[in-house]
Write a protein that binds this ligand. Sequence first.
Ligand code: AMP
Length: 114
Amino acid sequence: MHSYDSNNIFARILRNEIPCKKILETEYALAFEDIKPQAPIHVLVIPKGPFVSIDDFIKGATSKEINHFWHAVGEVARKLKLPESGYRVLTNSGRDAHQEVMHFHVHILGGRSL
Ligand code: AMP
């Protein structure tokens, strides 16, 4: 299990050191377009707190942070008009899932048949 590295790319996006195509920002979460989209719609949603993975997030975040985060995921999907056609939400955690960026994020994929 990695400890949180505050120089990971998403931490740098949160500090505005690296640009992103923002879809939604709330007090606890940020959503932006994936730089290498795997579908016509491919958005990442991240909590603002320093969590490495979903496991770390569920163990370490407050109920308020967890609640706000999942509401933000739903809000992004609605904003992109995904609920009608359908979409996929996934997260990669750790080595076997090939997690690349060690700041917890979920992928929202849609816009075509997956
Ligand atoms: P993973 O950690 O494997 O779940 O995926 C990390 C995702 O972050 C990949 O889909 C990358 O394309 C995406 N990514 C990496 N750097 C950036 C960036 N600067 N802006 C947006 N997306 C990024």
